[in-house]
Design a protein around this ligand. Structure first.
Ligand code: FES
Ligand code: FES
Length: 193
């Protein structure tokens, strides 16, 4: 209780100090910021997502993950860590799995992006989606789109010869609920088709 009061007083003090900084110091800060942080630069892009062309204007630094979720409302792809460590954002580019949080939108021009929304064939679920349901491959479901996209690629790559191999090639996708047994079973089921 004491320490939070102390922190509050410290933060309030810092904010008051910032507000009372002379104009010249603030202007200097803006100059330094301009020097180190490049200004926003937007460019027009046409990106094929789930076999449909999307015309967008995006900042050159926009990741594919942010473009999908924030601009195009394709929110099936999930943001977990935003640092390439959890696999929740996995999509396919030209059929290969990639982490969309580490991919710039501009890098995907001229390529085919597939997200979890593009996996089903109309009302017909993809066999991997069906297998996840049948084998209890998910609990809360947050990691699931990334797991399914990776699982589809894992089967396509042929890395399904043993449970150990499946675990190795799915190791970039983390699940907090621990649905791993169901995920492995789903992959084995689809690999056997
Ligand atoms: S959100 Fe991309 S790897 Fe975690
Ligand atoms: S099902 Fe919850 S994080 Fe994987």
């Amino acid at each position: 209780m004491k320490s939070s009061r102390r922190s509050f007083i410290k933060i309030s003090g810092a904010l008051t100090a910032l507000a009372t900084l002379p104009g010249s110091v603030k202007a200097f800060y803006q100059d330094v910021k301009k020097f180190f942080v490049p200004p926003k630069q937007t460019i027009p892009l046409t990106i094929n997502i789930n076999k449909k062309p999307y015309k967008v204007t995006a900042d050159t630094r926009t990741t594919l993950l942010d473009l999908l979720r924030e601009e195009l409302q394709l929110t099936g792809t999930k943001k977990g860590c935003d640092h390439g460590q959890c696999g929740a954002c996995t999509v396919h580019i030209n059929g290969e799995r990639v982490l969309s949080c580490l991919t710039l939108s501009a890098q995907t021009v001229g390529k085919e992006v597939t997200t979890i929304e593009g996996l089903a064939d109309g009302d017909q679920l993809h066999p991997m989606q069906q297998a996840f349901i049948e084998c209890d491959g998910f609990q809360c479901g947050y990691c699931t789109p990334g797991q399914i996209m990776s699982a589809v690629a894992c089967v396509k790559e042929g890395h399904t010869k043993s449970v150990a191999e499946i675990k190795e090639f799915m190791s970039g996708n983390l699940c907090r609920c621990g649905a791993y047994n169901g995920i492995v079973e789903s992959i084995q089921k689809v690999a056997a088709i």
